[in-house]
Design a protein around this ligand. Structure first.
Ligand code: BV8
Length: 243
């Protein structure tokens, strides 16, 4: 059951900030980042592939992995958890949705102004960053070549060791510091700086809630935790909030 104190705080909130991770897309059939990879990719550790060094070492391998993920995500549908967060934006005066996910499922569920903290699977850009926009529909089987400078084209995601896009970083930190309620949904709270947002919110006086079927490294730092799946807990939260 959901704590009455959370419903009271949500009803009175002027600004709610939500951080989502791969667990929100789990019920859409998209493996979480630390789930065992499927098929051919079971032999690879995502941490080893999601780096600029991996792309420089073997661009075709990394490009194929992202192409496989794009195809998998294209076949997936947003789930009740994504849809509940899209409804939440109409139930509170201000909602900031920050996602670590690169699958675009929040936007397909109807969420507006999603902050994509780690970029998006369906955008590509020149590896030499000669000009940051390339046709989104470049999904060739082989690594495309930048038409302007001849360097490789790479997926438009933030790899380990790369900085978060400045606008996304600043907007997310500001929202965490300003919100009255912070929901951390479906993330293991391992990857920084995203994993630091909950603490910023808590130290700024917000009520912070972790929604996750499993405990995480940061469970003890939240005001409270709701143990369960996002696609179950979030719709229940919306139902109670809307009535
Ligand atoms: C950076 C895009 C500096 C690619 C990803 C301290 C400060 C700053 C950096 C660091 C730091 N300490 C360490 C670092 C380095 C590193 C880092 O955090 N490493 C970790 C491993 C310790 N951070 C970085 O490199 C970041 N860059 O800070 O660089 C810098 C600054 C300026 C200039 C240059 C450099 C960049 C990190 C971004 C990496 N890119 N993704 C891609 O997707 O291929 S991160 C990747 O992990 C995904 O985006 C994923 O979202 C993210 C986090 O994982 P989760 O989403 O939490 O997923 P996970 O599988 O772990 O957990 C799923 C959870 O869901 C579980 O808890 C499970 O229980 C739960 N769950 C399951 N089912 C459900 C559910 N929950 C609800 N409902 C369900 N049904």
């Amino acid at each position: 059951m959901l704590p009455e104190s959370l419903l009271v705080r949500l009803r009175d909130a002027r600004h709610v900030c939500v951080l989502t991770g791969a667990g929100v897309s789990a019920e859409s059939g998209v493996p979480t980042f630390r789930d065992a990879q499927q098929g051919l990719w079971a032999q690879y550790d995502p941490m080893e592939l999601a780096t600029p060094e991996a792309f420089q070492r073997d661009p075709e391998l990394v490009w194929r992995w992202y192409r496989w993920r794009r195809e998998l995500v294209s076949r997936a549908e947003p789930n009740a958890g994504h849809r509940a967060l899209a409804e939440l934006q109409d139930l509170v005066p201000r909602l900031t949705l920050v996602t670590q996910n690169v699958d675009g499922l929040h936007q397909r569920a109807g969420s507006q102004d999603v902050i994509e903290f780690h970029g998006n699977l369906f955008s590509n850009h020149c590896f030499a960053r000669c000009n940051d926009d390339h046709p989104v529909d470049r999904d060739d089987a082989k690594v495309p070549v930048c038409p302007d400078c001849g360097a490789s084209v790479r997926p438009g995601v933030v790899w380990f060791g790369e900085g978060i896009p400045e606008e996304a970083l600043n907007a997310s930190f500001a929202a965490a510091a300003d919100c009255d309620v912070f929901l951390s949904v479906g993330t293991s709270s391992i990857v920084y700086p995203a994993a630091g947002l909950g603490t910023i919110a808590y130290e700024s006086g917000a009520m912070t809630i972790e929604v996750n079927p499993n405990p995480t490294e940061q469970s003890g730092t939240f005001t409270s935790t709701l143990r369960g799946n996002a696609a179950v807990i979030l719709p229940k939260l919306i139902e109670l909030l809307a009535h």
